[in-house]
Design a binder for this molecule. Structure first.
Ligand code: THG
Length: 262
C-alpha cells in the first residue's frame, strides 16, 4: 500500500504552534520520523487556523525539503496555494485534493497535468458527501470523464470515497468499502483508491483499534493508498500482515522485520 504520512497538519496543536513559531526543527523531525516508519510520501496541510495559508504552506514545503526529497501531498482546497505548493514540491508531487463538481475538476485536473502530479479526487460535491454507494459512484463517473476530457493519465488518479467518523456515519463506512471494490472494474486501467484513514475514528475512544481494523477491511476490498499515522506501530503491523495474507508480500518467519525495512 502506498502510505502518505498525515502528521504535518496544522490540525494537530503542536504542529499549529510549530508553524506559528517557525519551529523548523519540529517539522523536519516529523518528516524524518514518518519516512523512517514506512511512509512513502508526506501530506502537508497548514490547518484551519492558519492566518496566512500561502506563506505557511511555502514555509512548510521549504522546511521539509531540507531533509527529504520524498513526494509531498499538497493538502489544500485553494487553487493558488495548490499551484505554489506543486511548484515548490517538485518531482512526484500529489494534488490533494479536488471535489467532484465539474467547475472544480476544470481547475484542478489541468493543474495536476501541468505539474505532472498525482491527483486525489474526493467524492464530494457542492451538495455535500453522498453517504450511499450509488451517490458516490455517480461522482466517480464525473471525475473519470473529466480526466478523459483533459487526457489525464487515469493510473495517476486516486479516488477518495471519503470516510467519515464512525460514531456519526456508520453506513458510510460500508458504502466506502463497496465503492473501493466497484472502482476496480469501472475502467481499464482503473483509477486507484485512497482514504484519509484517521477520519474514521475521530471522536471515538479506541482510535488505533478502529483505524487498524478498518484499514484491513479496506485492503481486503482493494484499497491502494491511505493518508494515515505511520507512527502507530500496531496500525503499520496490521497493514503489513494484511498484505502478507492477501498475497501481496512473500511469507517469511520474520516478515514484520523484513517488511518494516522494505
Ligand atoms: N482525504 C484526503 N485528505 C485528507 C483527509 C481525507 N487530509 C486531511 C485528513 N482527511 C487526513 N488527515 C488527518 C489528520 C489528523 C487527523 C485526522 C485526519 C486527526 N487529528 C486529531 C483529531 O482531530 O482528533 C487532531 C487533534 C490532536 O491530536 O491535536 O485525527 O479524508 N484526501
Amino acid at each position: 500500500m502506498y502510505i502518505i504520512g498525515e502528521k504535518i497538519n496544522g490540525m494537530f496543536k503542536k504542529v499549529n504552534q510549530a508553524i506559528k513559531e517557525r519551529n523548523s526543527e519540529y517539522i523536519k523531525e516529523l518528516a524524518k520520523q514518518q519516512l523512517e516508519a514506512g511512509a512513502d510520501a508526506l501530506d502537508v496541510n497548514v490547518g484551519p487556523e492558519s492566518v496566512n495559508p500561502l506563506q505557511d504552506m511555502k514555509w512548510l514545503i521549504t522546511t521539509i525539503r531540507e531533509v527529504t526529497s520524498a513526494p509531498l501531498a499538497i493538502d489544500t482546497t485553494k487553487p493558488d496555494i495548490m499551484e505554489e505548493g506543486l511548484k515548490l514540491a517538485g518531482d512526484a508531487a500529489i494534488l490533494n485534493s479536488t471535489h467532484a463538481d465539474s467547475e472544480k475538476l476544470d481547475i484542478f485536473v489541468p493543474l495536476a497535468k501541468k505539474y505532472n502530479a498525482k491527483l486525489i479526487a474526493l467524492t464530494i460535491s457542492k451538495y455535500g458527501v453522498p453517504q450511499d454507494t450509488t451517490g458516490k459512484m455517480e461522482l466517480v463517473t464525473n471525475i473519470i470523464q473529466k480526466c478523459v476530457e483533459y487526457d489525464y493519465d487515469i493510473s495517476n488518479l486516486y479516488i477518495d470515497p471519503v470516510i467519515l467518523p464512525i460514531n456519526v456515519a456508520q453506513q458510510n463506512a460500508v458504502a466506502v468499502l463497496e465503492v473501493i471494490q466497484q472502482i476496480k472494474v469501472i475502467s481499464d486501467p482503473p483509477p486507484k483508491t485512497l482514504l484519509g484513514l484517521s477520519n474514521v475514528s475521530q471522536g471515538t475512544q479506541y482510535r488505533s483499534l478502529i483505524d487498524r481494523t478498518y484499514v484491513v477491511l479496506a485492503l481486503s476490498s482493494g484499497l491502494d493508498s491511505a493518508i494515515l499515522n505511520p507512527l502507530d506501530h500496531e496500525l503499520m503491523d496490521a497493514i503489513i500482515t494484511a498484505e502478507l495474507l492477501l498475497g501481496k508480500q512473500l511469507y517469511c518467519d520474520s516478515f514484520l522485520t523484513a517488511y518494516r525495512k522494505k
